[in-house]
Design a protein around this ligand. Sequence first.
Ligand code: OAD
Length: 269
Amino acid sequence: AKLSRRDLRAVAELIKSGACKNVVFMVGAGISTAAGIPDFRSPETGLYSNLARLELPRPEAVFDISYFREDPRAFYALAQELWPGKFKPTMTHVFMRMFADRGLLLRCFTQNIDTLELAAGIPRDKIVFAHGSFAGQHCIDCMEEFDRKTLEEHVRSGTPAFCACGGLVKPDITFFGEALPPEFHGSLHLLEEADLAIVMGSSLSVYPFAALPQRIEEGVPRLLMNMEKVGEIGSRRDDVAWIGECDDGVRELAEQLGWWEEMEGIWKG
Ligand code: OAD
């Protein structure tokens, strides 16, 4: 399927025509900023520019496994703020769910650990948590599972939790220096089956995730909805780069698809 023009309307027309039955999303922190969760790299509002109080050698150290072993306090302080439960999915999350409801969602590859995809009602088996999530917790030495409630108490008080073996406990979030979860590698082959790829809210700066859009076959439309131009999306004939807030782009698409009212209903709960 080819795009008639390189704009949102053309993408909506393509979806309406029934040509997109295996849609892949690739998303990052920018899809959750409207929910009140800061992203990482936006100047001023991003987490990495607001970590001075944690006195880190560099901002990324908060998610670095060797630094965590040395001093887990910074991560625990941050986890306090990011602990799931207090945030509500955005319209962009609901938009992805609409594809799942219609049987059009092949996979949602997310770098986010906030699990708002699940909260929006996207089935677990349609989501690839590429950087893990807060959904589980293990000892970083013996790998034993740790009690969720106990970890939650530790996170709330900002004091690191230790396993019976003496090792540190960490939520199952992928840190720099750790391997990505098996579900990431096990799902890569799906990218070849995609007939539409939508990238939203990511700076595409962390690999291997950042390379996913390049795995979409030539000729398959790729849509970027982001506050800034990222990666090489825009370089192919069937690329659409839409710059702005993803909730706005999603609304425009949803209105053209006739999905908006249903989405508002779901969002309001
Ligand atoms: P970044 O903070 O690097 O990028 C967020 C992107 O979303 C930027 O390009 C923003 O301009 C854009 N953005 C922000 N708000 C937006 C909005 N409302 N609408 C559209 N775009 C918006 O976040 P990620 O790319 O997700 O890794 O970062 C990747 C990884 O780096 C994270 O998973 C995390 C971090 O270190 C780990 O924790 C392992």
